[in-house]
Write a protein that binds this ligand. Sequence first.
Ligand code: RIB
Length: 314
Amino acid sequence: MSMCIFGSLNMDLVIRTLQLPLPGETVQGREFETIPGGKGANQAIAVQRLGHSAHMVGRVGDDPHGQELVAHLAREGVEVSGISASPLIPTGVAMVIVDEASGDNQIVVFAGANSLVGAGDLDQLRTGLAGVDMLLLQMEIPMPAVVAAARLAKEMGVKVILDPAPAPVALPDELYGLVDILTPNQTEASRLAGFNINTPTGAQRAAEKLQRLGAGAVVVTLGEAGACCATGDGVLQIPPFSVLGIDATGAGDAFNAALAVGLAEGNSLYESLIWGSASGALTVTKAGAQNGLPTRGELEEFMSTHVADDTASH
Ligand code: RIB
């Protein structure tokens, strides 16, 4: 079974600190690392580690960061023939600041070559979509590219999971109808739904509102509070797994990949969301986005030794 991932590749410049800076404040960092990242590339590696083939389509610059990112994906077994190197613009970078105490982060992304992803990549995407179970999309490439990719997937009968991160103020109306599962986190769902989410009921209202716009299902992930999913037939409550979180970077990518893998293997939506939740939880227990993405063995062991926090309705 295989997945196509159309999206971003970034080099993550990660500083760990005892406190995240407030606007205008300078704080001392304690450790610095350069780690391969980007929501698209993270999802590709997560899929591959869970035992499925991942075909990545995207862009890097023709520079050492780009070469390192592609080589890293290839070492993980990801199909990289759909990644182009653009000569005139550097590879995307993300400044990632991680609060060592809580594992929370702040991320600023410079899109670089990711901003050139578009019509010129659709032939590569068509090749990547041939015979796959699912297309995984995120929002670190231009919106027209995301819409064109979702359209092509629909034409080719491939299911689409879209993580709307980073969230724009609104998604084009057409996109909702092209997406099988939309997976915003709480902040992204607030922005797209147009109201603040402060409670589980608020998250449910947002999921239902966004689902009514045309997506097959909308999952709002809530970190330590689990997730809720509006399907049109009702709402699934997904309990969280309690872990000691040290770095939340990449948890959303792990969630999306495991959800896709669970569905591709014929599990129910609820079961696949539990896989996503467990994979996200495991990822936050390790530092660095791609460092923390679990293998199949790690995920299965975690799920056999941990139960989600409460019995949710499904
Ligand atoms: O989702 C985590 C990712 O977001 C990081 O790897 C960083 O590159 C940003 O894209």
